[in-house]
Design a protein around this ligand. Structure first.
Ligand SMILES: Cc1cc2nc3c(=O)[nH]c(=O)nc-3n(C[C@H](O)[C@H](O)[C@H](O)COP(=O)(O)O)c2cc1C
Length: 150
């Protein structure tokens, strides 16, 4: 039985660095700022407000490259085939495959190299785990990381 983490949340404005890096993200605030359930980098799927599903590479955690160990804990989804605006949309995010832990990179270039690799792995994983095979997300409060059985 595959297991997923699922997070519902409304997209907030980030600090726009993702666009500068070339990898824009949809940012979702997490309720639990002290915990670590689901932290890391994931391959997964994002469901938009209109029900369409888009493959994604997703970061959950504190972005130690920029904010050290005390950063604000959030989810950031980079949608693999999407250009446009997601602000204020409520998304459902499935975290399917844990790719690695969050890391503090010594330069933006090193982070970009890691992101490119994450995207390649997420592209392959989502091709092998199509959106139609996802479990029901259930109902959960916005910003809560929930475990869901496939
Ligand atoms: C797939 C993915 C992996 C990421 N991995 C890390 C990481 O290991 N360490 C880190 O500090 N930030 C990581 N990030 C977060 C980036 O630092 C963040 O997206 C960037 O700073 C832009 O932030 P913004 O959306 O608020 O502008 C990752 C983001 C994505 C989408």
């Amino acid at each position: 039985m595959p297991e997923y983490f699922v997070v519902r949340g409304t997209v907030e404005h980030g600090d726009e660095r993702g666009r500068e890096l070339g990898f824009p993200t949809a940012n979702i605030a997490l309720r639990d700022q002290d915990g670590s359930v689901g932290d890391g980098v994931w391959a997964g799927w994002v469901q938009r407000g209109d029900g369409t599903r888009v493959a994604a590479a997703v970061s959950v955690g504190r972005r130690p490259t920029y904010y050290g160990a005390d950063g604000y804990r959030l989810l950031e989804a980079h949608l693999l085939e999407f250009t446009g605006d997601l602000y204020d949309e409520t998304l459902v995010v499935w975290l399917g495959a844990h790719l690695r832990d969050q890391q503090a990179y010594s330069s933006a270039e090193d982070l970009i190299t890691a992101l490119k690799n994450d995207i390649a792995v997420a592209t392959q994983w989502t091709a092998e785990h199509p959106a139609a095979s996802l479990p029901e997300p259930g109902d959960s409060p916005l910003g809560e990381v929930r475990r869901v059985q496939g």
